[in-house]
Design a protein around this ligand. Structure first.
Ligand SMILES: [Zn+2]
Ligand SMILES: [Zn+2]
Ligand SMILES: [Zn+2]
Length: 424
């Protein structure tokens, strides 16, 4: 277990922790290129909020995003912090190792899900940041390189359920920024140089003008025909228009609303803005199982692809057909049963013996089919004696018999497949 303590302070040399299993080193600056082998970080008292933010953000975007980070608190000894950290590391490392999380190519949302699961966090609560005018899930932010789409990515994933509606807001349809500037313009010439005031309409001469132009000291009178206007509905009325353009003099009831994105400077018609809804979210109970399944299925075995049976079986059939014309040729098919516990172990076994021409099939009901067109050799015996070995089809290897080159092999193959659960 490797722990680093990020601090410029001197700490006493009398730290009390298990030095056989845990290595502790001090560093003033963390080199994030060399962080791969670190299991946990303690941040010293001399670091401020922005240092902590920076370190956390850097770590959460690495392949070992899951490592615990502890910030020292006044009055807590470094020994206590180290022991607390090693406890956390032990708790999470079992799951991390089983699924070989570092080598999995998890998406940013999946990393967040793993982190929440390991830290027993079930709910994401959005917060409105007034500084950058947007909603965010603060805990989740560390995992995303593009913060403007983080909330939408999280809500669009299948890992969370919406538990409480919080708010609705608009974002730019080009760059997703929520920094939108609204303004009003003239419907005719689009100028934003407008004035707003009530109008009056004189029934005697038809003159329409600002109300202020009709008001004299004691009465309302028309500035054009000079008639005194006493009764609304008989002498005058108030037209609905209240806006006028100072450039083209057009009068209007409703100005045209314009939106401008402050981030990308795009002018957008408001009806084209993206409408967003933000919710309080809870991790779905099966979220972590989906990632465990992905981990189990993602065999990254050098150049060899892991295939679905739909693609895999036609290749086997074609090879069997070819074998009936060519006595020189043989295939070997080994079936291995995998589960969450043995998966990593089997993956390593297969990776060790794999030839470039070999193919791996996964039936997604926990059977791994290992197909070789080359003759199996001594190194493949490891499978035949393995407890997770289910079946074998191929030339004779160490007493496991099954000969190739006749019709019967086809039925042997299907008998083998039949012996596996729900395979076709
Ligand atoms: Zn105008
Ligand atoms: Zn008039
Ligand atoms: Zn924009």
């Amino acid at each position: 277990m490797n722990i680093i303590i990020n601090s410029s302070l001197d700490y006493p040399n009398t730290l009390d922790f298990d030095k056989d299993t845990c290595g502790v080193s001090f560093c003033r600056e963390i080199d994030f290129k060399l962080i791969e082998d670190i299991d946990g970080i303690i941040i010293g008292l001399d670091r401020d909020e922005s240092d902590i933010e920076q370190i956390t953000k850097n770590i959460r975007q690495q392949s070992n995003f899951f490592i615990p980070i502890i910030t020292l608190k006044e009055g807590v000894s470094l020994t206590t912090a180290i022991n607390k950290l090693t406890d956390s590391i032990e708790k999470i490392s079992k799951w991390i190792d089983r699924y070989d999380v570092k080598s999995l190519h998890l998406t940013e949302v999946e990393k967040l899900v793993v982190f929440m699961y390991l830290n027993k966090i079930e709910v994401l609560i959005p917060q409105l940041s007034t500084a950058d005018m947007r909603y965010s899930y603060p805990l989740a932010e560390y995992f995303f390189s593009d913060l403007s789409t983080a909330a939408q990515q999280i809500m669009g994933s299948d890992f969370f359920k919406f538990i409480d509606f919080i708010d609705q807001y608009y974002t730019c349809n080009k760059c997703s920024s929520s920094k939108i500037f609204f303004s009003e313009s003239c419907p005719s010439c689009k100028s934003k140089n407008l004035s707003f005031e009530n109008f009056l309409h004189c029934f005697y001469c038809g003159h329409i003008n600002f109300e202020s132009k009709f008001i004299n000291v004691e009465e309302i009178s028309c500035p054009r025909c000079l008639k005194i206007l006493n009764r609304v509905g008989e002498d005058f009325d108030r037209p609905l228009e209240s806006g006028s353009c100072k450039v083209c003099e057009q009068r209007f009831t409703e100005p045209k609303l314009l939106a401008k994105c402050i981030s990308c400077c795009e002018e957008i018609s408001p009806d084209q803005l993206s409408r967003n809804y933000i919710y309080k979210l809870a991790l779905k109970p099966n979220a972590i199982h989906k990632i465990e399944k992905k981990a189990s299925e993602s065999l990254e075995l050098s150049k060899n692809t892991v295939m679905n049976l739909v693609d895999f079986i036609p290749i086997v059939n074609w090879l069997i057909g070819t074998m009936s014309h060519n006595n020189e040729m043989s295939i070997t098919l080994i079936c291995l049963k995998y589960n969450n516990n043995n998966f990593l172990h089997l993956k390593k076994l297969v990776a060790d013996v794999l030839n470039d021409s070999d193919l791996i099939g996964n039936d997604h009901v926990n059977n791994l089919l290992y197909l070789m067109v080359l003759q199996p050799d001594k190194k493949h015996e490891v499978f035949l004696n393995h407890e997770d070995y289910v079946g074998y089809f191929g030339p004779q290897v160490s007493g496991k018999k099954c000969t190739v080159s006749s019709e019967s092999n086809v039925s042997n193959f299907y008998t083998l497949l039949d012996s596996m659960d729900d395979i076709r």
